[in-house]
Ligand binder design. Sequence first.
Ligand code: GUN
Length: 301
Amino acid sequence: MYIINGKKIASDILHDIRRTIVERNVTPGLAIILIGNDPSSEIYVKRKIHTADKAGITPHLYRFKATDSQDDIIECIDFLNNDSDIHGIIVQLPLPGHLNPDTLIQRIRPDKDADGFHPENIKHLGDPSFPQPVTVMSVVECLQNVLNTSPLRQLADSPYKGKGDVSPLQRRKDVPLSAAIMCKSDILFIPLATLLSRQNIKADHFTELNKKCVQYDILIIALGKPHILTKEYTKKDAIIIDVGISRIEHNGTTAIKGDADIESLKKHAGAITPVPGGVGPVTVALLLKNTMNNCLNITKP
Ligand code: GUN
């Protein structure tokens, strides 16, 4: 089974970002708004700050209490929208219950959106001159990596170039690949299915793990249920993109687990993104790429 190395994919993206920042002599700034003390969010934000620093992007953290009002956060977003040192803004999710994520995301200036979640940017899905949705694009990046070909459409007749005993999906060129996307909401499914369909990959939506998933060439899972996906649900040589992240506390230590059970799948699946070290680092790198691109667009003469 080929392990898709998200850290390597991310490090290549970060390398390009660093090089462009030096070549273009710009100083992109990323503002992160963190509300409350959700332990997972604390870890993700720390990672975003650390990675931004490494890439040459200046991180700015704006912290709010879980009880602060929506108006307080809106005031901060309005300030950042007008701050010429800031080129990317994110509101770390999830939010305390009294805050509306859609209202806050829509308040961000679309050309300073770093997550690519703003509805104005979703209209330009697949157009790299607009911020792109980072989770969706990280799944696409991981798929492109395993198929080792760009665009994805060529994969039907292209064997994996991974190491080890990887056997390619035996497909004829004119047979479209199929993908099952397992996630609760349309927010991931719709843009991902749209991008995959442009590469001749037909995607179906499941809100739970389903026995029918065994028929699909590609499984994309974002259910947040640790190790739920086993070989019984998986076609031989399938590609698995694991977007699920769960924090498991055990005997005073915390482990991060994905939705896929690698032990069960290792002699069965064709390729998989590990957790940690798969989709997660790519998502952070793409957030920084959006920020850098926003900076170039905003500051260009
Ligand atoms: N929480 C978990 N993932 C994300 C993400 O990609 N962006 C934001 N803003 N919050 C998150």
